[in-house]
Design a protein. Structure first.
Length: 155
């Protein structure tokens, strides 16, 4: 009986020294990606392409903050969000909704590429690139010749 009491006391004292961590381990950082509905591949200068976006998060942490920005390595154009805010290349803006729309307006006649980047407050990022070829709006001719009538034609 005496041995049982001593073993119990030693066990309780050793548990006190080992102790438990009373801090809850909460996962804060989750992977994320950006998906879009299909986006057209051609654009006419002065016209706008709508890009419908969805932020996909593998988990949710209420204090996660996401920002969006873009860079245009080729061509020239303007990117706006659905609130009409014009994005400045290489600047980042708070992303308030997981579902949102972007609007790209072409300002040139050459191929254009935009790279959209999403960052979170844990230094993770996701990039998505869009490439648009210029469509001058003309229908290509088929056949040969100039398409003019000669003076001796009938009809």
């Amino acid at each position: 009986m005496k041995n049982t009491i001593i073993i119990s006391i030693v066990s309780v004292v050793s548990l006190l020294f080992v102790g438990c961590n009373d801090k809850l381990n909460v996962q804060q950082m989750y992977e994320f990606s950006l998906s879009t509905l299909p986006v057209q591949k051609t654009i006419i200068s002065g016209k706008t392409v709508e890009i419908r976006c969805q932020l996909n998060r593998s988990g949710k942490y209420k204090d996660a903050i996401y920002t969006i920005g873009y860079f245009q390595p080729e061509g020239k154009g303007v990117l706006k969000n659905e609130n009409g805010i014009v994005f400045v290349p290489n600047d980042f803006y708070d992303l308030d909704n997981e579902t949102f729309r972007l609007f790209y307006t072409s300002s040139c006649l050459v191929q254009q590429v935009i790279e959209i980047t999403i960052h979170d407050n844990f230094n993770q990022e996701f990039k998505l690139s869009f490439s648009f070829t210029n469509d001058s709006g003309t229908v290509p001719r088929t056949g040969t010749g100039t398409g003019r009538r000669t003076p001796n034609s009938t009809n």
